[in-house]
Design a protein around this ligand. Structure first.
Ligand code: SF4
Length: 406
């Protein structure tokens, strides 16, 4: 490519982002007028949590880059973070272990993501709210009335469909999870599935699936944003909500409803053990020399080549570690039906060569193909082509990859 062509592309991109920034500023100002007031002072909360101005600016830069936005957006990301605690959230717990909430809450040294989650305006969250029974149900009814069409519905857990949903009943009126989810999601501005249970059904939906459990999108026939993982990283949740606050629209999603900025690449693409994979250096047995030297875990069943997620970058437990760093292979928990398709978890999927290609070669080819199929959209694209369909009946061709909103 010639210098002139490069210069033209740079200028076009610059113009695009400047226009996007203008739209974003207008949107944030308008939103500021309509959102309920903050219950706490955000800057004060950061100070109390031990987050310095410097750390906040560092976080802003990292989050801007993670959302695939250029550095000029940093002040706007900071502004969006200030509005984070003002977005009303109704958090449903369906068939699940509460592990996602646990993962989000347990932190010894809170960072900005943790503090944002702490300050979130939770109108209803069965695990955290003080209210119980009829009182809790009244809180939910009030939230649905006060914030109809404006709140974010976060769902943790799959929906059992068997026996008309009666495998899961909730609250003093004995409503089924299916009924509650239908009612709440139909009034939400968007439905965000947190974890692989609400996204795809997860272990509840694994064969033989006696309760006919399903992910929320499949169970209700609606479009959802799926923050997959068992559990997912808090940063992927925070970043997606921030994008929504910034642009009033969702980021580009892949064919499974996962935000491309967080799930656009394979575990295998970012993995620190990848040079060993490329060099053919594998752990053959647990505790062998390869294991001690941190070699590739493919032969011990690592499903990183088939799994899309940014775990290697964002990690867990305050960014301290992640499963492969800890010495165990990826089990593919961000992929639909991974219990059925990736098991046994400590064995490679298929060692037999097919079509002249080894399992390793096929893993790489599969990854390349899926990377090509995933939407390589700029996250902000959604802002220019906004128009929300989430929480609304799904269109027939919604299984196709789509960029944010059409
Ligand atoms: Fe990392 Fe697993 Fe890929 Fe090996 S197979 S490089 S351990 S993701």
């Amino acid at each position: 490519m010639g210098k002139k062509a490069e210069e033209d592309i740079r200028k076009n991109a610059d113009g695009y982002y400047r226009q996007l920034m203008k739209q974003c500023k207008v949107h944030l100002e308008e939103q500021d007028k309509t959102l309920p007031p903050a219950r706490t002072d955000f800057q004060e909360t950061l100070r109390e949590g031990g987050v310095t101005r410097r750390s906040f600016l560092k976080w802003t830069g990292a989050m801007t880059a993670a959302l695939m936005l250029p550095p000029m957006f940093k002040p706007l990301v900071a502004q969006a973070a200030e509005q984070f605690s003002r977005i009303p959230v109704v958090w449903l717990h369906l068939a699940e272990c509460t592990g996602c909430s646990e993962a989000f809450l347990r932190t010894s040294y809170p960072n900005v993501d943790d503090i944002l989650l702490d300050t979130i305006s939770l109108e209803y969250h069965e695990t955290l709210m003080a209210a119980a029974g009829y009182q809790a149900e009244a809180c939910l009814e009030k939230a649905l009335k006060d914030f109809s069409g404006k709140f974010v519905c976060v769902v943790e857990g799959a929906i059992p469909m068997g026996l008309d949903g009666r495998y899961l009943t909730l609250g003093p009126k004995g409503k089924t999870g299916l009924e509650v989810a239908k009612e709440v999601t139909s009034k939400a501005a968007m439905t965000l599935c947190i974890g692989s249970c609400s996204s795809f059904g997860n272990v509840q939906a694994a064969k033989p699936n006696p309760t006919d459990a399903k992910g929320v999108g499949d169970a209700l026939g609606i479009s959802t944003v799926n923050i997959a993982g068992c559990p997912p990283s808090p940063q992927n949740f925070v970043g997606t909500v921030l994008h929504y606050i910034l642009f009033g629209a969702l980021p580009a999603l892949d064919g499974h409803g996962r935000p491309v900025w967080a799930y656009g690449k394979r575990i295998h693409d970012y993995c620190e053990r990848r040079p060993h994979y490329d060099a053919g250096e594998y752990v053959e047995e647990w505790g062998d020399e390869g294991a001690k030297k941190g070699w590739c875990l493919y032969k011990k069943g690592c499903k990183g080549p088939y799994t899309y997620s940014n775990c290697a970058k964002v990690r867990f437990n305050d960014g301290m570690s992640w499963p492969i760093m800890g010495g165990h292979g990826c089990m593919g928990c961000t992929e639909p039906a991974f219990w059925d398709t990736m098991a046994p978890l400590e064995e490679p999927i298929d060692e037999k060569p097919i079509g002249g290609y080894s399992a390793n070669a096929r893993a790489d080819m599969l990854g390349m193909a899926l990377t090509g199929a995933a939407v390589v959209g700029v996250a902000a694209h959604a802002a220019i082509t906004a128009g929300i369909n989430h929480g609304q009946p799904r269109k027939k061709d919604d299984n196709e990859p789509h960029e944010g909103h059409e």
